[in-house]
Design a protein. Structure first.
Length: 328
């Protein structure tokens, strides 16, 4: 399992690029770009090196944490997975690639695609500061067009990018991503109701195409959650001083909400029996947790303190954990 925090070398490389830039100007740029994303805009608002550095300094720690948590769930379900090649689509500053490099020592081939030249320049500069990813191959252009002439990879990732597409474009891209996947496809989106709906649509589309669900779902049935509920998780990460300054925040941590799905060509060997869907509640009487179960249902389960082995396990559960019986 990997840490949700940026690796030390990557963090130092990113923050070094902030030196010489006005923190106020960088904060203004990052806020403008983030507001554009939240209102349904695209990365086209990032038009300069200063934009790219400001945006990455504010958002890269959180998106890295979400991808890291998603990869940890994948590793739990498929502990023998040892990909040699990675394709990172909509790579931006290379966040998912850096997380995958931490998660899989087996990776020796890194390919990325994105249409934003400023983010590509930053990603290549950050990669050049690492031993693992100095040979990062990063193609510039629209993902759908480039995928047609891109080699397939053991692990294909698309993080925080399919939300920039129309429904028709998204379905076509998801199909193309799967075509390029030799073993596993991981899609990560913001943990909003809209992000969840995009994940569910991609999940359903690829199950119909023969994909197997590795995580987070312990089943391949329809999602049992009903609106206004939705499946998402939260990863807490530490904020550096520079991160706090750029966000104008006092708290030393941040909670990133995300939704994801990992799909494989073959069934995984260790898919957990259940997934914790919300923060468990532990009281003097026992522990209660909302679980997504292998039979395709979601249920609140309660474990009393009298059931000592089960309670000892349940009190350690956290939101997003894949867990095993006994359940009541």
């Amino acid at each position: 399992m990997i840490s949700p925090d940026l690796p030390a070398a990557l963090k130092a490389s990113l923050e070094a690029r902030l030196h010489g830039l006005s923190r106020q100007d960088a904060a203004t740029r990052a806020t403008r770009i983030s507001d554009t994303y939240r209102s349904g805009g695209t990365s086209s608002t990032i038009t300069s090196d200063a934009d790219a550095i400001a945006y990455a300094a504010v958002r890269m720690p959180a998106t890295y944490a979400a991808v890291a948590a998603s990869l940890n769930a994948l590793v739990q379900a498929s502990p023998d997975f040892a990909p040699a090649s990675l394709l990172d689509v909509g790579a931006g500053p290379g966040t998912a690639s850096f997380a995958a490099a931490e998660a899989f020592a087996s990776l020796d081939s890194f390919h990325a695609i994105d249409a934003n030249p400023a983010l590509r320049t930053l990603a290549l500069a950050l990669a050049d500061d690492t031993a693992r990813m100095r040979e990062l191959a990063y193609a510039l252009g629209q993902a759908r067009a480039l995928l047609d002439r891109t080699d397939s990879a053991d692990l294909v990732m698309a993080s925080y990018m399919i939300g920039e597409l129309t429904d028709a474009e998204r379905a076509a891209l998801v199909a193309a991503l799967w075509t390029k996947t030799r073993h596993t496809l991981l899609i990560v989106e913001p943990g909003t109701p809209a992000g969840y709906q995009r994940i569910i649509a991609a999940r359903g589309q690829l199950i119909a195409a023969g994909a197997h669900v590795a995580a987070p779902c312990p089943h391949a049935a329809a999602c049992p959650l009903v609106a206004p509920d939705w499946c998402h998780f939260v990863q807490r990460l530490a904020r550096s001083r520079a991160h706090r300054e750029l966000k104008g925040a006092d708290a030393p941590f941040e909670d990133e909400k995300f939704s994801f799905v990992a799909l494989t060509r073959q069934p995984v060997s260790h898919r957990p029996a259940a997934r914790v869907l919300a923060p468990p509640v532990v009281t003097k009487i026992g522990a209660t947790a909302k679980l997504c179960l292998a039979d395709g249902t979601a249920a609140a389960v309660s474990i009393t303190r009298r059931d000592k082995p089960a309670f000892a396990a349940a009190r350690r559960w956290d939101w997003g954990d894949g867990v095993e019986p006994p359940f009541p």
